[in-house]
Unconditional design. Structure first.
Length: 212
């Protein structure tokens, strides 16, 4: 699960500005129609958390971990798959086609590593850039690991989403097009994956690597 943010090199503290579902922190979302797919917390109070200030165009480091911060205990090594990050304006409360993607890393054919492999090696830390052209305001940053070890069976992708609340300063006037979560991913799409073409591709790679 997401445990800490580092903004402009400053660690924010465990749990600060983060919306995890603590009682199920290490359990995946499999039901792609569930509101838990937003942030793994279908009943969370969208206005209860502190928003961490961050400048548009700056770098954010997110840290995932299962039990103890700063260790390689991020996710089971067998749960390989991509890391994806979305944002949505907080005023939307995550409803509708509001989630726009700002980061994705899947399978690196040169190193034969998935994003999850790199996360484990880096003790759960991943650096991402906040878009420099989005308009200022309050946003939710949705981080997600998709474990593909069961993806050859319909509905068996495992989603591990969490959200953090950010107050973006500076920037421009862009309001990116987004998708609905839940709604965008479909368990009955080809290969038991989801509509996202790039994720479908990495699932195919997963099958090929398992065949070798």
């Amino acid at each position: 699960m997401l445990v800490e943010l580092t903004l402009d090199g400053q660690e924010q503290g465990i749990g600060k500005c983060i919306q995890p579902y603590w009682s199920k922190k290490n359990f995946p979302v499999n039901d792609l129609s569930s509101k838990d797919l937003m942030c793994r917390s279908s009943d969370m109070n969208w206005s209860s958390e502190t928003a961490c200030p961050v400048a548009a165009g700056s770098q954010v480091s997110v840290e995932w971990n299962r039990n103890k911060q700063g260790t390689a205990d991020v996710i089971s090594a067998s749960h390989t798959g991509p890391c994806i990050v979305y944002m949505a304006a907080a005023e939307s409360k995550g409803e509708g086609n509001v989630w726009f993607k700002i980061f994705e890393e899947g399978y690196d054919s040169s190193s034969k590593k998935w994003c999850t492999d790199k996360l484990i090696a880096n003790k759960g830390k991943l650096d991402i850039a906040i878009p420099g052209d989005i308009k200022a305001g309050s946003y939710f940053l949705r981080t997600e690991i998709v474990a593909l070890h069961g993806a050859r069976r319909v509905g068996q992708c495992q989603f591990y989403p969490n959200c953090a609340q950010l107050e973006v300063t500076g920037g421009g006037s862009a309001v990116p097009d987004g998708v609905a979560l839940p709604g965008y991913y479909k368990s009955d799409d080809p290969a038991g994956s989801m509509r996202q073409e790039e994720i479908f591709k990495v699932i195919q790679i997963q099958e090929k690597t398992q065949e070798k």
